[in-house]
Design a protein around this ligand. Structure first.
Ligand code: GLC
Ligand code: CA
Length: 580
């Protein structure tokens, strides 16, 4: 079995992967039926987005029972089968650990909200209202963009006073919700139905560790850890600092985060030395990363950053950020490699790299040209992702070149992030609707969540029922796994070949990374080196022919064009081996 540094992860969004019983919702049986496809693709580790019992306010990222399977997805017996069948094919399975918050329907929260002296009260973060005060003085933080904060709300009736501070939720509006029963506010950095767990409470921490052991004892191979840098909160709960109102990165890297992660390692992970751990590093800068993943820290193995992710703040739906230029993107990769270190010393850490996941639009639509060069740009992204330094994650559907899905109306979206942003921005100001919809069509998370396109059968072969929980992208007729399976020149077969070859290349697993042309506007050229072994990658991230400003010697071993020319053709990517 490959170690975490040699592995390639494949992310499954279970709701959209494969539906076995015709209800239009993907499920565990569906995944089992596709395991041969995944083994044959050549990935090593499957990461399942949450499969636990949940009311699905945020599609499973709001868990109401950490040790039960979501009934829509199947039973515990089916999960056990999935695990056995995954292992039987030589693959590993990791689960999503969502422990910054639970669902408000979790038994702990149901208890916690009952009374101030309930034994579960301190499992969550409760604070008294702050006293009402004249508005101008209270609204201290100024929004950084041109949009006014959604007010601290809660003003008015019933002794609600004001929220304890001016923190904002990821999914629009204040991060505090007043609860009548006990007359206090609880913290929710995400949706109201996702109350934050109180990691200050040692009993809560032990419950989480016990739950982690429950899954690891079943044979699960590790965890992807949801917003893990958020676990520790500044117990003074200060307002946002001047000029940084609504800056959600402030919630990361709290005062006790490393103490908690080291405790988790001691109590759980150290006893399962083969367990894989990937932290979702929202708010962690390259300079801070080794505090989480430095090998001698005994915290996590890998982290993935957000430096090239689509920004998530609500006003982005009106004022979308421009896409990264190639020099910016290259600088992000170079910066992370430098910050993590490449000398092999014990304080260095490791990263998990991605171009797409369930929180971003489709990578092909962001970085490629899905209209004119769908094959070339999808395979270029494959080639770059799989030759960078770090453990790559392939997001489901990217291996067949799935694209953003055209959505025309707000009610075609499912995601709570889009819906809440719409309610906050467009309901009070209808003329923003066209700008909002245009932006959502570019950046919304639902683009990555449409059902997997298995074939050109109705509903893309994802289900044999009449409906799907989210629209199928109409381009499934052209873009689907079945058609690509037998076409030797498909995106799918390019991934298969590259993944198979990558397994035999220690230089790609552990070699250093050096950007050869950091300032070039359209070429991404870099070298990977391990001892005498050197690979050069050149990729033309543009729709035009580009002359190569460096002389390439050595043997061409991989490329995405049948015939090469002196120039690099649109979205052409090549790998050369330099002979020592
Ligand atoms: C993470 C997940 C995202 C979810 C959020 C709250 O960022 O990847 O999908 O909405 O955490 O759990
Ligand atoms: Ca189903």
């Amino acid at each position: 079995m490959p170690t975490y540094k040699q592995s390639v992860i494949y992310q499954i969004y279970p709701r959209s992967f494969a539906d076995s019983n015709g209800d239009g919702i993907g499920d565990l049986q569906g995944i089992i039926q596709k395991l041969d496809y995944l083994a044959n693709l050549g990935v090593d580790v499957l990461w399942l987005s949450p499969i636990f019992q949940s009311p699905n306010a945020d599609n499973g990222y709001d868990i109401s029972d950490y040790e039960a399977i979501m009934p829509e997805f199947g039973t515990m017996a089916e999960f056990d089968d999935l695990l056995t069948e995954t292992h039987r094919r030589g693959l590993k399975l990791i689960l999503d650990l969502v422990v910054n918050h639970s669902s408000d329907e979790h038994r702990w929260f149901q208890e916690s909200r009952k009374s101030k002296d309930n034994p579960y009260r301190d499992y969550y973060i409760w604070r008294k209202p702050s006293p009402p005060a004249p508005l101008p003085e209270r609204e201290r933080g100024e929004p950084s963009g041109s949009f006014a904060p959604l007010s601290r709300s809660g003003r008015g009736a019933g002794g609600e006073g004001n929220p304890p501070n001016n923190w904002q939720s990821f999914f629009s509006g204040p991060a505090w919700k007043f609860d009548e029963t006990t007359g206090e506010y609880y913290l929710h950095l995400f949706a109201e139905k996702q109350p934050d767990l109180n990691w200050e409470n040692p009993r809560l921490r032990q419950e989480i560790y016990r739950m982690m052991r429950f899954w690891l004892d079943k044979g699960v191979d590790g965890f992807r850890m949801d917003v893990i840098p958020f676990l520790s909160k500044d117990q003074d709960f200060p307002d946002y600092p001047e000029g940084r109102f609504g800056d959600l990165t402030i919630h990361a890297n709290g005062p006790r985060i490393h103490e908690f992660l080291q405790e988790m390692h001691r109590e759980v992970l150290a006893h399962y030395p083969d367990a894989i751990t990937v932290g979702e590093g929202f708010g962690v800068s390259a300079a801070q990363a080794n505090l989480y993943v430095g090998q001698n820290r005994r915290e996590l193995q890998m982290i993935y950053h957000f430096d090239h992710a689509v920004p998530r703040e609500e006003q982005r739906f009106i004022e979308p950020a421009p896409e990264f230029t190639l020099p910016e993107l290259k600088a992000i990769f170079a910066n992370w490699n430098n910050a993590l270190g490449q000398t092999g010393s014990p304080d260095e850490g490791w990263q998990n790299i991605y171009f797409g996941n369930h929180d971003n639009p489709r990578s092909l639509s962001r970085f490629g040209d899905p209209v004119r060069f769908p094959y070339e740009s999808a395979t270029l992204l494959a080639l770059v992702l799989l030759t960078q330094r770090g453990t790559p994650s392939i997001y489901q559907g990217d291996e067949i070149g799935m694209t953003n899905c055209p959505f025309d109306r707000i009610d075609e979206y499912d995601d709570i992030q889009v819906r809440n942003a719409w309610n906050a921005l467009v309901l009070p100001n209808q003329q923003l609707a066209p700008a909002f919809l245009a932006s959502a069509n570019r950046i919304a998370r639902d683009h990555a969540r449409t059902p997997m396109q298995w074939s050109n059968a109705p509903n893309a072969g994802f289900t044999n029922g009449p409906r799907t929980w989210l629209n199928v992208n109409p381009n499934y007729v052209q873009i689907n796994a079945q058609q690509q399976d037998t076409d030797p020149d498909s995106v799918l077969n390019f991934y298969r070949k590259l993944l198979r070859w990558r397994k035999q290349q220690p230089v790609l697993h552990e070699g250093t990374y050096r950007d050869l042309l950091p300032n070039h506007p359209t070429l991404w050229a870099y070298e990977r080196q391990l001892d005498n072994e050197r690979l050069t990658v050149v990729a033309n991230v543009s729709a035009m022919d580009v002359a190569l400003p460096i002389k390439l010697t050595g043997e061409l071993i991989f490329g995405n064009y049948p015939k090469i020319t002196a120039d690099l053709q649109p979205f052409e990517a090549r790998i050369y081996r330099l002979n020592p």
